[in-house]
Ligand binder design. Sequence first.
Ligand SMILES: CC(C)(COP(=O)(O)OP(=O)(O)OC[C@H]1O[C@@H](n2cnc3c(N)ncnc32)[C@H](O)[C@@H]1OP(=O)(O)O)[C@@H](O)C(=O)NCCC(=O)NCCS
Length: 268
Amino acid sequence: MAGSNANDDPTTNSGAKTGAVPAEVIARAQDQIFAPGRSSRVKYQDLVVGRQGFAALAKHELVVMLCQGLAGAAGLALRKMMYPWVLGSCGRGVVFGQNVVLRHPHKIHIGNDVVIDDNCLVDAKGDTNLGIRIGNGVFIGRNTILSCKNGDIQVADGANLGFNCEVFSASRVTIGRNVLIAAYSYVIGGDHDFSDPAKAVISQPRVSAGVSIGEGAWIGAGAKILDGVAIGDHAVIGAAALVRENVPAGTIAVGIPARVVGSRSARA
Ligand SMILES: CC(C)(COP(=O)(O)OP(=O)(O)OC[C@H]1O[C@@H](n2cnc3c(N)ncnc32)[C@H](O)[C@@H]1OP(=O)(O)O)[C@@H](O)C(=O)NCCC(=O)NCCS
């Protein structure tokens, strides 16, 4: 859908926590991959294509085989033409780098003038989720992963995610307009219940409250943003910070755990 606006919902926030989803809706990947009685093709379509039926599989495989790994200008041109065939919607002037992998692509919506650099994974996996919305003018650096497990991710207009970042959502993660996320950062929009000490953590339910990052915020290199956190508009998070609590708008927070050490207005 050329020219569609991928950001109808505003993603600015003023620090409110996002809503939790019931833990039982988040299936483990292993359970899905090794579930008995289902063919490899059915599992592949569940996990990767996101739709059953031969037509959906054939279209997906055609796009992947012909252009996903193709280097150079020919690859860029073919992906620009063919990736929108499988996407939910895709605007004008979108660049898909080499080996950009799309999972459940019909739930991925991309605005205009977006760059998704080489080796990114955009994974809208889930049975009941809406998926991933990327606004206009967004840049996603190489090797970055946007990953849903029955959650949604919204990246608003003008946001810039550096290389080797991960944004994970098992409920809802929103990244506001003009947010800058430096390389190697991890937005962890989901967690594990570990309340039963007798059980492996992986065997316990997953929980997720989501993460929101307000517009104009800057996340320093290698920062980790834990589930349930809301970072206010124009806040600054120092390099390597571990953010466990909400960060008010316009403040500067650093360290492990991150603590507010100043406000941007005090320095203006
Ligand atoms: C957070 C940041 C912006 C603060 O810059 P600043 O205001 O010039 O920092 P200051 O030098 O005034 O430091 C204030 C205090 O915070 C501490 N501090 C600053 N950055 C820190 C960090 N990332 N982690 C831990 N402590 C930090 C300082 O040591 C100082 O502590 P003190 O008062 O006890 O001496 C900066 O340090 C930073 O981390 N920038 C991110 C850089 C980056 O990731 N760039 C990627 C390119 S997109």
